[in-house]
Design a protein around this ligand. Structure first.
Ligand code: NAD
Length: 249
């Protein structure tokens, strides 16, 4: 699909990778609709790039049904909303909080699926373009889906779930001309990571092959652009990570 033909819903759009994606797609001529929990952040991005927005939790069926119901011609979804949480299964602080495990699964996995199902339903009624395409869905997993660290049980499970659903959904939606792909980022310099101490960040960067630095939101957004415009990419999870392999801790 050509970027100028894109009407995209971008979640997690008030910060980090989602914000970078919304800004790049808009700059390249797409229409974007922003969704996030953080109203302040959304207001800023929305006024900078002149895009509409909706404040709400991506895992809420009711809220997200309302968010997308009046959107015309959605042909792209970029799922970036997500949370990170670290906790050991059993530690001196006690056993892993089950509510925390559920929350991470709920936002990262169920939230992504919720947006995907609602946007796919809309995409199905789009007129196909000259390639027979009606839509493109891009999810955000993590390298933690493959080499998760100690303390990442919930996060890795949520991101592994996104990898697992990519191919079956791509197979199902292929009949409608809708492609489904997932990006598994390594270490990116967003508020999610900058919350960690400098020491932890440096030890993570040390496990990256090249380049030895954090990725930028622009680099993530450039892969989104590439997936949108390259019709042959379908049903795939792509690591975008400078070849980092996370150590056990
Ligand atoms: N930064 C990294 O190194 C990295 C690495 C791998 C994967 N990821 C994934 O990339 C995605 C984007 O992360 P980021 O680094 O930009 O983090 P970020 O914290 O900067 O952005 C995440 C955004 O999601 C929003 N959000 C959180 N829960 C939400 C909910 N329930 N409903 C709606 N919005 C919600 C937050 O308000 C925030 O604006 C996440 O899914 C994250 O797991 C990030």
């Amino acid at each position: 699909m050509k970027i100028e033909d894109i009407n995209a819903v971008v979640t997690g759009a008030s910060s980090g990778l989602g914000e970078g994606t919304a800004r790049l797609l808009k700059e390249k001529g797409a229409n974007v609709f922003l969704i996030d929990l953080n109203e302040e952040g959304l207001k800023k991005v929305s006024s900078d790039i002149n895009a509409e927005y909706f404040v709400g939790d991506v895992s809420s069926s009711e809220l997200m049904t309302n968010a997308v119901k009046n959107l015309e011609n959605i042909n792209c979804l970029v799922n970036c909303a997500g949370i990170a949480a670290g906790a050991k299964v059993v530690s001196s602080r006690g056993v892993h909080d089950l509510n925390l495990f559920e929350k991470v699964l709920n936002v990262n996995l169920i939230g992504s699926f919720n947006m995907l199902r609602l946007c796919a339903e809309k995409m199905q009624s789009n007129a196909p373009n000259e390639d027979g395409e009606r839509g493109i869905i891009i999810n955000t997993s993590s390298v933690a889906a493959f080499d998760g660290q100690i303390g990442q049980a919930a996060y890795s499970a949520s991101k592994g779930g996104i990898v697992g659903m990519t191919l079956p959904i791509a197979r199902e939606l292929a009949n409608h001309g809708i492609r489904v792909n997932t990006i598994a980022p390594g270490l990116f310099g967003t508020p999610m990571l900058s919350g960690m101490s400098e020491e932890v960040q440096q030890s993570l960067i040390a496990t990256t092959l090249f380049p030895k630095r954090l990725g930028t939101s622009k680099e993530y957004a450039l892969l989104v652009e590439s997936i949108i415009t390259n019709l042959m990419l379908n049903g795939e999870t792509i690591r975008l990570d400078g070849s980092v392999r996370l150590a056990p801790r």
